[in-house]
Ligand binder design. Structure first.
Ligand SMILES: Cc1cc2nc3c(=O)[nH]c(=O)nc-3n(C[C@H](O)[C@H](O)[C@H](O)COP(=O)(O)O)c2cc1C
Length: 256
């Protein structure tokens, strides 16, 4: 069995989140236990709008993420700047295209952590994380928070990005602040810790001890007879009922 493959995927208009993403990759690599790959979310804003925003030139050296790549990977560290306290549309647009992965349960049980950038100290790093959680929950992704593994996270006499929700950088209102060595170290720690958890989740399953239900039905005690032999409790979802028809229709939307 090879090493778990962890994708670090970022969106960054001005480059702050990109720097943190590179630190996350270094942290993952430092662990020596996973393979790390860096990707960016596709841009959705037109060029003239980006120009008016004074966005950094598009970095063509980092490949764009695709839904196929997500399905093949074993875990994700995803980073983005806040937009009014929530995730940017670029990230939301990409996740809105993952319906077919959802219908197949392709991301179920995979770990995902997050990291952020805000202009100001209270600009919404935590609300950005919190409001993104439904995406993880609906896909069955396992959220891996950062906790507080670095002493820098307790500092009160300096501005330090990042929180127990994930690494982060404070960019300043005009974007002139660059990620500090503390913010970069926190991101490297996040990468290293994430690798530990991803490896635990990817460890081979222990051998299964046979249980009574593995025996042929005829050899099982009456209390452990298969469902067909014992009366089924009434299901709240009626087969062929309105809700069932809705679920089938929704799933058909995403059939390849
Ligand atoms: C439309 C828009 C909304 C923003 N909303 C917030 C916000 O709510 N709080 C905040 O601190 N910064 C906000 N910012 C600033 C960005 O978060 C900041 O530019 C970003 O963190 C820099 O990261 P980057 O260099 O990776 O793009 C906003 C920026 C834009 C363009």
């Amino acid at each position: 069995m090879g090493k778990p493959k962890i994708l670090v995927i970022y969106y960054s208009t001005y480059g702050h989140v990109k720097t943190i993403a590179e630190a996350e990759v270094r942290g993952l690599q430092k662990s020596g236990t996973v393979d790390a790959e860096l990707y960016q979310f596709p841009e959705t804003l037109p060029g003239d709008v980006l120009e008016k925003m004074h966005a950094a030139p598009h970095d063509t050296s980092v490949p764009e993420i695709t839904t196929e790549l997500l399905a093949e990977a074993d875990g994700f560290l995803v980073g983005f700047p806040t937009r009014f306290g929530v995730a940017p549309a670029q990230v939301k647009t990409f996740f809105d295209a993952t319906g077919s992965l959802w219908s197949k349960g392709a991301l179920l049980g995979k770990p995902m952590g997050m990291f952020f950038s805000t202009a100001s100290q209270h600009g919404g790093q935590e609300s950005t994380a919190f409001s993104f959680l439904p995406h993880l929950v609906h896909h069955g992704l396992i959220y891996v928070p950062l906790g507080t593994p670095s002493p820098y996270m307790y500092e009160t006499d300096a501005i330090v990005g990042g929180s127990p929700w994930g690494g982060g950088v404070i960019a300043g209102g005009d974007g002139s602040l660059q990620p500090t060595f503390k913010e970069i170290e926190i991101a490297e720690i996040q990468g290293e810790k994430f690798a530990e958890i991803a490896c635990k989740l990817n460890a081979p399953e222990p051998a299964k001890t046979p249980v009574a239900s593995d025996k042929p039905a005829s050899e099982q005690p009456a209390s452990e007879q298969p469902a067909s032999a014992t009366p089924k409790p009434a299901s709240p979802v009626k087969e062929g009922g309105r809700f069932q028809r809705f679920v089938d229709k929704f799933k058909n939307l995403f059939k390849a």
